[in-house]
Structures are given as C-alpha cells and as structure tokens.
Design a binder for this molecule. Structure first.
Ligand SMILES: Cc1cc2nc3c(=O)[nH]c(=O)nc-3n(C[C@H](O)[C@H](O)[C@H](O)COP(=O)(O)O)c2cc1C
Length: 716
C-alpha cells in the first residue's frame, strides 16, 4: 500500500453536525509567525474555513473539569488542569504519562496579571476561574492558535463595562493573535473575535507587545519579561516575578506527566520526574539546541545580576547561529513547600531568597519545579552542551513550514528519530529563514528533509524559496526526504518529491503524507523515517572514512586489546517483543542480565537509535523471549532483516500474543518472561532499561540458552 493511503484518515464530515459554539475550537498544535502565504488567494477564505472545520474539537475532546488551584505564595496562584490519559499524539506525549496544562495568576497590591493560557479543551474551565475576568493583564507566554479559546474565555469573563485588559505577548505572538482576530484566514478564531469586542461594540482587550526586559508594575511587585524564541515557538516569552524570584517559562522545563492526587509540584524530585523532563527535552528542545543555549545562558546571567536582570542583549533569531558558551547554574537557596489553596497541606510559601536561576520554575506543562530547580537547570545546560557538541560531528536539517502545526508535529517526530541515533537534528522553520541561511544550513548538514502543508493546491511561498535554495546549492550526495500534511488534494509533497528527484537528490525514506493531524501511527512512521535518514547519513560517513583511510594508505585497524577483552563478555540471545498503541515491535538482544531477586528484575541495553526504544519508556511492557541453542537462526534472520517503517516486524515467525500485556510470544523460544519497565539509565549510545518481571513461562524444558559469543566488544 502506498504510504499516502496508509496515512490518510477518513474525512471528518461527521463533525459538520456538531453545532455547539463552545466547542468550535481548533486542535492546532504550533504557532507560526503569520498565516502562510498560499499560491491561490482567490480560494483562501473557503480553503481556510474547510481546514478549520476539519480541525475542530469534538465534544469528547472538551474537558470541563475545574483546575487544581494552588497558592505558590500569597500573591501567586497556579491553576493546573491535569489529564491522566493520553489524548494527544504528538511525539512528546510518547511516554504516555498524561500531562497538565498550567496557568498562573500574579496579584500585586494594585494590579494583577494572568500568565500563560491553556489548551482549547480547557477553555471553558479556564474562563470560569474565580477572578480571571478581573485581571489587568493577560500574558500570553506562548501565543499558540490552540490557546486562543482560553484567551477568549478569560476576556469574555470580564464584567460589563470593565476596563480593557492588556494582552501581553511578543512580536511573533502578536501576529498570531492578530491573525486569530481577522476573519476568513487560516488562524481565524471566532470565539476571540466575539470576546475582543463586546456586544456594545466597545473593545474589551488591547494587544501590547512586550520588549525584552520590559517590566510590568503590579504595585508591590514587578514582572520582567524576556523573549525566548526558538524555531518551533518563535513567540515564546518568559516572565519573572521579581519579588518572589519565580520564573514562568512556558514550554521550557515542561514535562508531559500528571502525578497522582492534587500535588502540582515536583514532589519526589529528580527521581520522580527526571525522565519526564528529559523526554520532553529530547523530543522538543534537543533539535533546537542552538537556540535553547542562549535562552539558558540569559537565565543564568539574569540570576547573577540579580532578579532584575537588566543589560542582557536582546534575544534574536540570530542567536541560533552563534556558538554559545553556557555558564553553570548556581546553588539552590532555601525554598519552602507549595501549599494547596484548599488548605490540605502545610501552609508555607516559596521563599523570596534564592541563589540559583530561580526560586521556582513554573512551566506550561507538568510539575512546578521547586525542589529540583538547580538539577533541572544543570541537566538542561548539560544536554544542550552535549547536543551542540555532537552537532559539530554530524547534523541533519529538518526544514519545514506549518500553518496549523500538523507538518510541524511531523517535523518534530522526524527530528526525534534523527537525534535518537546520536546525530544532531536541526529544526529550521523556513518562514523565519532567508535563502542564504538555508544554503549555510545545507552546507554544514550531512542530510536534510523538507516538509510543507498543501495550501491553495501548492507549496507555501517560504518552502518554494527554500526548495529553490536547495536545488541551487544542495549537495546531491546528501540523503534527503520529504513530508507534509494536507487536507484534500495534497500536491505539496508530490511537488517537493518531483523537484528533488528531477534535481538528482537521493531519498532515504518514502515521502510521508498525512491527512490533517498526524495520528500516533503516523508519528511513529515519521520517527522511524528520521532514524532511516540518520542511518543513511551514518553509512555515507563510514564509507567516506574508509576511503580517506585508504587514500592515506592506512589499513583497517585490527580489533584492539580493549575491544577484544570486552568482547569476552557473553549474554543470552533473546528476542525483546513489545507493543505501543496498536503497533508491535521487536529487537534481537544479548546485552541482557538478571538484576534483582526480589522483586525479580532484569536489565536490557537498547541502542538509542532502535525504533523499539520509544516503546520501552517507564511503565512500558515487553516480553523477553530467551532463545534456544540450535533454534535461534530463524528468529535472528527474521529480526535482523531490514524492515520498512510500519512493516510487520515478525515476518514468518510463529508468534502468539500474550493475554496479559499484548506483546508477542515467540513460540520457538526456550522461555518467555513478561516484564514492565521501571527505570532507564543513560549509558553512552544505549539506554539501560530496568524492568520488573511480572510473570514467566518455560516453553521448552530440555533446551539450553543460546549464548552470543563475540570477537570484539566494539559491535554486537
Ligand atoms: C488557506 C488554506 C488552503 C488550503 N488548501 C489546500 C489544498 O489546496 N489542498 C489540500 O489538500 N489541503 C489544503 N489545505 C488544508 C491543509 O493542507 C491542512 O489543513 C494541513 O493539515 C495543514 O498543515 P499544517 O498544520 O502543517 O499547516 C488548505 C488549508 C488552508 C488553511
């Protein structure tokens, strides 16, 4: 079946029947600087409406539950909307630990400010927060289209005759809001239009672009805003409450996890949430490490110059291109515990004295970081440094544009598939780039992929420009790929494929097409395709190195003593079989060891680039099928065979499915051990997965375990 057929979802015509104004909310994901220019302006209004209608949330998507309200200090309250089940399939939700949407209100002696709006699915509940209609400012730290309904709900909650609320945002954020307020364009938001101007025709809200380091006076406290642009979120701003030292960081330091109960902070610290922060970072921030670095650097320097943090150079897109030296974080000062507004927990407030980057970090998703500020900041700094250092080795560019975020979500999944292999992915939103910047990017990257939505039957103008630069300056030896979301005709991917093919470029994966919003399956395919592209780049690099050695007359080095010694370690040959949503996956493993008697537990080392790696997150289930000496060949053959993304992993093998965990049992193995992942530890190019044994069965009582003997510890 053609990938296009596999990925296309059924048209959502049934949504036309949903006639509830309150759920006319778009399930968009990303922000853009402005609506992308289409090739056919005459039909833009009707095309926009068609696309917006297809993206509306269903009644089932709407979550009317009120948030958990939690006073972080006498002046600052957090409102946390927890969702325990996975409802969004973007790659960053892959750990399936739920999520939360966090919003905050800071109340000063004379004025108050709401910080961060939430996703559309919580818009009504957000608008119902007591006092939200009385605030003087609403700071949109991330002005994404999918947050416009919550903004609308907060404005609509204002009492009749109330003063205009000032909506604070960055310049790119203002463009998104302005687009939402314009009729008949891709980002139109009817709820916002209705709320912005009251029934009496009077304006109820006013846009105000905040500059880097601009202060907003709330009476006894000030909020300082700093810009934090990245390709995925060009509009991002941070806010610091100067009195308490709390820092509001939107997407930075977020995690998609919903802890049990009413806790909203990082109780349990790094041990409880370290993997969640890392996963979020790996999926979303690692591919933009060069732009993340200056943001972290500024955070640190603003803490060193005092909470006021004046004098920083303004953040700009060009930060991305300059090498950045990161300073190390300071030491965390005494911070009190958060307490619940309901008074369940002990009432102690966050101390205003702190000695690190912030007294507490208040992100848009996941736990409010209180006890782990220093650790999280230090780890972010280290991950970023590592990512930038690996980029100087090999890099792949993911160049894209996206009006609603669908192509952006595909780009993110591809980038994740690339960076898993240890090759750096550099995401490049071509709406923000000049042809010259694209040419520079292509020069330093060893491969690239290009993504675009179909708008008006063609490619958006910035992608056409980027494609022109690629054809003109691109190196034909560098492997590539194309991808994109479409609504009905889907010409964009065909156009990119044809032009690159005609230009002589070689494709590392089949073109990826997706109808409207990508599903979990589509994103898995994108991730695997990213890994394929990285492996093609790696193969070329190895070939280049061999040729280089040959040209200088160096022979292929023999196995070193160290490698030979390490190679004497043996392991049981096993098939690891696992499952996520409806997708089965498997890999051959011999770096396997029992790790505990009670509870019975074992470890498996999984290469970071394995497709199966993302199935083995904390809580993930797998079967360890221990292979039998003499009976391992078929299994090895089936599992070592290259397979296309999405293809049946088991081929002709005789497998049955476990009733307990849904993972495959390889019937010709000696034993099958059903496991649940409890922890992961990073070990160079592998993850050590620690799993508890849930049950086990012996399939053959007389056979013995197949042992994997090797000559060198440098390969399996
Ligand atoms: C103004 C406009 C024009 C569009 N024209 C087309 C079109 O000609 N053919 C098509 O298949 N989809 C069309 N679409 C649908 C988009 O391709 C679809 O919404 C896609 O998911 C957008 O991807 P993105 O979120 O990455 O921007 C159009 C959408 C808009 C807003």
């Amino acid at each position: 079946m053609h990938a296009r057929d596999a990925l296309a979802t059924a048209p959502r015509t049934h949504r036309a029947h949903i006639d509830r104004a309150r759920i006319r909310r778009r399930a968009t994901t990303t922000t853009t600087t402005a609506a992308l220019k289409t090739g056919r302006e005459s039909s833009a209004a009707s095309d926009s409406k068609r696309a917006r209608d297809a993206m509306q949330l269903t009644p089932a998507d709407v979550d009317a539950a009120p948030p958990i309200a939690c006073a972080l200090s006498p002046a600052i309250t957090a409102y946390v909307f927890k969702t325990r089940t996975r409802r969004t399939f973007e790659v960053e939700y892959g750990a399936k630990r739920g999520s939360s949407e966090n919003a905050y209100v800071a109340r000063g002696a004379s004025k108050s400010c709401a910080l961060d709006c939430v996703d559309s699915r919580h818009a009504d509940a957000y608008g119902a927060i007591a006092g939200i209609g009385d605030v003087d400012f609403i700071a949109c730290l991330h002005a994404a289209p999918r947050r416009m309904d919550a903004l609308a709900a907060a404005i609509a909650a204002r009492p009749a005759g109330a003063e205009c609320v000032e909506v604070l945002c960055s310049n790119p954020g203002a463009q998104v809001i302005q687009q939402a307020l314009k009729a008949n364009n891709p980002l139109t938001n009817e709820n916002l239009i209705a709320a912005w101007k009251g029934a009496d025709g009077k304006l109820r809200a006013r846009l105000r672009v905040v500059k880097n380091n601009e202060k907003i006076d709330l009476g006894d406290r000030t909020l300082t805003f700093t810009t934090a642009p990245t390709p995925r979120w060009p509009d991002l701003i941070f806010a610091r409450d100067d009195a308490s030292g709390m820092l509001f960081t939107s997407k930075f330091f977020s995690a998609h996890v919903a802890s049990e109960g009413d806790d909203v902070s990082d109780v349990g610290g790094w041990e409880a949430f370290g993997e969640d922060w890392r996963y979020f970072y790996d999926c979303l921030l690692a591919p933009m490490a060069k732009q993340v670095a200056p943001v972290l650097s500024r955070m640190n320097s603003s803490s060193e110059t005092g909470a006021d943090g004046d004098g920083d150079a303004p953040a700009s897109e060009s930060d991305a291109q300059s090498p950045v030296a990161l300073k190390r974080g300071g030491v965390l000062g005494a911070i009190g515990r958060l307490f619940s507004v309901g008074g369940k927990a002990e009432e102690r407030v966050v101390s205003a004295t702190y000695d690190g980057v912030a007294a507490a970090i208040c992100p848009a998703h996941g736990p409010i970081i209180q006890s782990s500020v220093t650790e999280v900041f230090r780890e972010y700094t280290m991950w970023t440094e590592k990512q930038i250092a690996s980029a100087s080795n090999l890099e792949i560019a993911v160049i894209y544009a996206s009006a609603y975020g669908n192509t952006g979500a595909m780009a993110q999944a591809i980038a994740r598939g690339i960076s898993k292999t240890g090759i750096a992915a550099e995401m490049f939103n071509c709406e923000l780039a000049t042809p010259d910047e694209i040419s520079q990017l292509l020069k330093r990257c060893s491969g690239f992929c290009l993504g675009a939505p179909t708008l008006g039957g063609t490619l958006p103008t910035p992608v056409q420009t980027a494609l022109g630069a690629i054809i003109k300056d691109g190196d034909l030896d560098k492997p590539c790929g194309v991808f994109g979301s479409f609504g009905w005709s889907g010409e964009a991917v065909d156009m990119m494929e044809k032009r690159l093919k005609d230009g002589g470029f070689k494709f590392a994966f089949d073109p990826l097409r997706c109808k409207f919003k990508p599903t979990a399956e589509t994103l898995q395919l994108c991730e695997e395709s990213g890994t394929d592209l990285a492996q093609a780049v790696r193969k070329l690099e190895r070939r280049r190195q061999v040729l280089e050695r040959k040209s200088v007359g160096k022979a292929e080095s023999a196995v070193s003593d160290t490698a030979a010694a390490v190679g004497r370690i043996v392991g049981s040959l096993c098939a690891v079989t696992t499952k996520s949503e409806d997708t089965q996956s498997a890999m051959l493993a011999s770096w396997v060891s029992q790790a505990s008697f009670n509870p019975p537990a074992l470890t498996v080392a999984v290469a970071k680039e394995r497709a199966v790696e993302s199935f083995l997150m904390k809580g993930g289930k797998f079967n360890l099928n221990v292979l039998k000496e003499g009976g391992e060949k078929d299994v090895m053959k089936a599992l070592l065979k290259p397979f296309k993304p999405g293809e049946n992993r088991f081929g002709d093998l005789d497998v049955s499915i476990s009733e307990n965990n849904g993972c495959a049992i390889v019937n010709q193995s000696l034993a099958c051990i059903e496991c649940s992942v409890t922890q992961r530890m990073e070990a160079g190019d592998h993850w050590i997965v620690l799993a508890e044994v849930e049950s086990g069965s012996l399939l053959d009582e007389v056979g013995v375990t197949s042992i994997h003997h090797r000559k060198s510890g440098a390969s399996y």
